[in-house]
Write a protein that binds this ligand. Structure first.
Ligand code: NAD
Length: 291
């Protein structure tokens, strides 16, 4: 049994912390939201009055927060109070630069740390089937692995500090662009009189195939589990896709990389979200593309 602090018990962090409890760990949690704390308490998390209190005895500290500014604020508060030898793991999706700064905060206190953003969504968080993309030293990865395995089924060491965040935003830049391309093609097929099923049957076994089509088809019918069959309720909200595309463009600007498709995808999701799509699943962008 490991004593674990878990800060950020929202849609993702709540079920992730619950899986650590179910695996027999002592989990001390904290969240600013009383409702999130209460749900986690029912799942067996011991709720602390502050983040500082939650980390005081922890051997492993996990954060799952909305954005980089929250992670740096919380790490700035808890790192000075962490026990000697504690391991810090941030699972939030944040800027590559913010992840580097978080690692520096830990290193200044002599602590090892890992950036470990996830894919798999709230369904994967509940089922314990998340993919973790990890950045940090070998020691941090080796120590984190048994903890992450209680919350996920694929744990990948992507490289040194912030390389987990790099992998996450590169993947999601592909996802945003392929979803838009898939939606555009369905909208064109509709105008040409081609049925959704015929289009799916051909493209899913042809060179236009992608995860956006075969696992997450943006029209109802061909893939029964996709959000298109559920009035585009998320799933993965368009607002979160927009956040990730902003992160990939910021990283591209900082690195001097040319990402014109990423920039185009960002502009389309900006307009979709501005027109009321924020809470819809990101595949709902097809309604915007139909005009
Ligand atoms: P969420 O908004 O449901 O949860 C975040 C929680 O952090 C909230 O409960 C909030 O009260 C808490 N919080 C904020 N500031 C805090 C502070 N200073 N101290 C303590 N608690 C604080 O968000 P989520 O959906 O759980 O996402 C968390 C992270 O995971 C984000 O970075 C998101 O991009 C990423 N992510 C989400 C999904 C998804 O499908 N929801 C998928 C992959 C990655």
């Amino acid at each position: 049994m490991t004593t674990i602090a878990f800060i950020g018990l929202g849609n993702m962090g709540g079920p992730m912390a619950a899986n650590l409890v179910a695996a027999g760990h002592a989990v001390h949690g904290f969240d600013l939201s009383p409702a999130s704390c209460e749900a986690a308490r029912i799942a067996g998390v011991s709720i602390a009055a502050t983040a500082r209190e939650a980390v005081s005895q922890a051997e492993v500290i996990v954060t799952m927060l909305p954005a980089g500014q929250h992670v740096l604020a919380v790490w700035g508060e808890i790192v000075p109070l962490a026990k000697a030898g504690a391991l810090l793991i941030d699972c939030s999706t944040i800027e590559v630069e913010a992840a580097r700064k978080a690692h520096e905060l830990a290193a200044a206190k002599g602590l090892v740390s890992l950036d470990a953003p996830v894919s798999g969504g709230t369904g994967g968080a509940k089922a314990g089937t998340l993919t973790f993309m990890c950045g940090g030293c070998d020691e941090a990865f080796a120590r984190a692995r048994p903890v992450l395995e209680k919350m996920g089924k694929r744990i990948v060491h992507c490289g040194g500090a912030a390389m987990g965040q790099a992998a996450k935003i590169c993947n999601n830049m592909i996802l945003g662009a392929t979803m838009i391309a898939t939606c555009e093609s369905f909208a064109l097929a509709e105008k040409l009189g081609l049925s959704h099923q015929a289009m799916f049957d051909v493209v899913s076994t042809s060179s236009g195939q992608s995860w956006s089509l075969t696992s997450y088809c943006p029209v109802p019918g061909p893939v029964p589990a996709s959000p298109a069959n559920n009035a585009y309720r998320p799933g993965f909200a368009a607002a979160l896709m927009l956040k990730d595309l902003n992160l990939s463009q910021a990283a591209a600007d900082a690195a001097g990389a040319q990402t014109p498709m990423g920039a185009a995808a960002l502009a389309i999701y900006e307009r979709f979200v501005a027109q009321g799509g924020a809470e819809m699943d990101f595949s709902g962008v097809i309604s915007f593309l139909r005009g």
